[in-house]
Design a protein around this ligand. Structure first.
Ligand code: MN
Length: 500
């Protein structure tokens, strides 16, 4: 008997090549508004003789169907993701996929770019699954998914996406907001930086007023107050403008982390002080985290308006925690702080930084460097969550001691408070909970509003490099030209190799 019901609209499917702890293919099919998912270590095949082991993993939201980018280090699945194949599917046997799934045998016809034809996915007795292609006109004996490694979405390889990702998936955010752009809006047409209208509104305000930016209404005050000397001096209005422009670039380094603010409400010439707890008058919409032991509420700059609020509050320097709020005791970076003594020559500090560069190359450890915007250089090493702060501290201490042994006349140690002043301090003690280094792109309290600027390792050989050579007025052009040179520390979890 002919079935008079219309064919249901095609459902979507995606296969994402995901390099996390292990490379695997995530096979996801739309069922009842969610992506029912399996991890397939060897990937799907069009070879009808092949049965692939598949492991059911949690359903993903439909928003994930187009996701290509990185998952932060230390998060479940941390690594890179490309859309290896995508398209639509229809059931070819059982019209009710949810019931078929429950019964443990789903027959689906895929209409993708790489995968086409009839597949079946069957639950085995031990609750794993097998993915197979039927013998049909699309069958390809000997099909090897690894021979077709590029994204069908962007044409890029996994390495290319890892090295220059556009999106980061934040599973702790609502699905509609979880794909966070990583590129500053001044470099992409559709990024989320403050737009021209928002900046024009700031320009037009008197000395105080209400500014609509990033979907929030903020009361901003003392806009013409000079906060940094310089020619011309830098006003609060200018620093707020910079913040609204740089926020999309900085946010990936702040999100999910408590933020300590170094406040200079009276300008960079006056004494600064640390603000860790959110003040009682902080607006209710600000994302925050209550530290369980102390009960202290910290700001978490999960949205760009939160950073703008912090700057209006005088928080000119941004210091994110080295750990994420869900596991504050576990670092996601090991930090190397090359801290010059009062008489350390810049050339000596560069020599030390180059020795670290060589060490990281030799160890095969990914690390990124930045100048601090004052006199120093810092190196951030992304680590897979697991080691404690005591362990990352011991690792950095061991590394620094080996390097220090090469140039004993250049270095002093964290515990040496006097006597050898003038030498550069290798301060591994920064690897501790709630000890923080300044964020990339954060302004520093000095004339002209210098910023802590990421550098390429090669720039350590550039005679023009200065630790405070980039300012809020010049870093935008550098970003447009070079991209975010620090992005490598995001979504690249790695294990620190043993040091002997
Ligand atoms: Mn996966």
């Amino acid at each position: 008997m002919a079935d008079s019901r219309p064919e249901p609209p095609p459902r979507r499917f995606v296969v994402q090549l995901h390099r996390a702890r292990r490379l695997h293919y995530d096979f996801r099919v739309e069922v009842d508004g969610a992506l029912v998912s399996w991890a397939v270590p060897k990937g799907p095949s069009l070879d009808p003789k092949v049965r692939r082991a598949a492991f059911r993993v949690e359903d993903h939201p439909m928003e994930y169907v187009d996701f290509e980018g990185i998952i932060p280090a230390g998060k479940y699945g941390g690594g890179d993701v490309i859309v290896w194949d995508a398209g639509t599917w229809v059931p070819y046997k059982d019209p009710d996929p949810a019931a078929a799934l429950a019964a443990g045998e789903l027959h689906i016809e895929l209409r993708g770019e790489k995968l086409r034809g009839q597949f079946v996915i069957v639950r085995t007795r031990n609750d794993d699954w097998l993915l197979m292609h039927k013998r049909d006109e699309y069958a390809v004996p000997g099909f090897d998914p690894a021979a077709l490694p590029l994204s069908v979405l962007s044409g890029r390889s996994s390495d290319e996406v890892r090295d220059d990702p556009e999106l980061m998936w934040r599973s702790d955010l609502p699905a509609a907001e979880a794909a966070v752009p990583l590129k500053a809006a001044s470099h992409t047409a559709d990024g989320p930086a403050a737009d021209d209208d928002e900046l024009a509104e700031l320009d037009k305000l008197g000395s105080s007023g209400r500014w609509h930016v990033f979907g929030r209404e903020l009361r901003v005050t003392n806009l013409d107050k000079v906060l940094f000397p310089g020619r011309p001096p830098v006003t609060k209005r200018e620093i707020l403008r910079y913040t609204a422009q740089i926020a999309p670039t900085v946010l990936p380094y702040l999100q999910g982390r408590a933020l300590n603010l170094h406040r200079f409400p009276n300008g960079s010439d006056a004494a600064g002080f640390w603000q860790k707890a959110l003040p009682g008058h902080a607006p209710g919409w600000l994302p925050r985290w209550r530290e369980p032991e102390s009960g202290t509420e910290y700001l978490v700059a999960d949205e760009p308006a939160a950073l703008v609020w912090a700057v209006n509050f005088g928080g000119l320097e941004w210091h994110p925690w080295t750990s994420l709020t869900d596991r504050p005791e576990l670092p996601t970076y090991a930090l190397v702080d090359l801290d010059p003594g009062p008489d350390t020559a810049w050339a000596d500090l560069l020599a030390l930084a180059r020795l670290h560069r060589t060490a990281f190359e030799h160890l095969g450890v990914a690390a990124r460097a930045k100048v601090t915007g004052r006199r120093g250089i810092q190196i951030w090493v992304p680590v897979e969550r697991g080691p404690t702060f005591a362990e990352t501290r011991a690792w950095v201490e061991r590394l620094s001691r080996s390097i220090g042994a090469v140039v004993p006349d250049l270095v002093s140690w964290a515990w040496e408070r006097s006597g050898r002043a003038g030498l550069a301090r290798l301060d591994f003690t920064q690897n501790a909970v709630n000890k923080t280094l300044v964020a990339p792109y954060s302004p520093r309290p000095a004339a002209g509003a210098p910023v802590s600027a990421p550098i390429d390792w090669d720039e350590l050989d550039d005679p023009g490099l200065r630790p405070d050579g980039f300012t809020i007025r010049t870093i935008g052009a550098r970003l447009a030209e070079r991209g975010d040179l620090f992005a490598d520390v995001l979504g690249r979890p790695q294990r620190l190799p043993p040091l002997h």
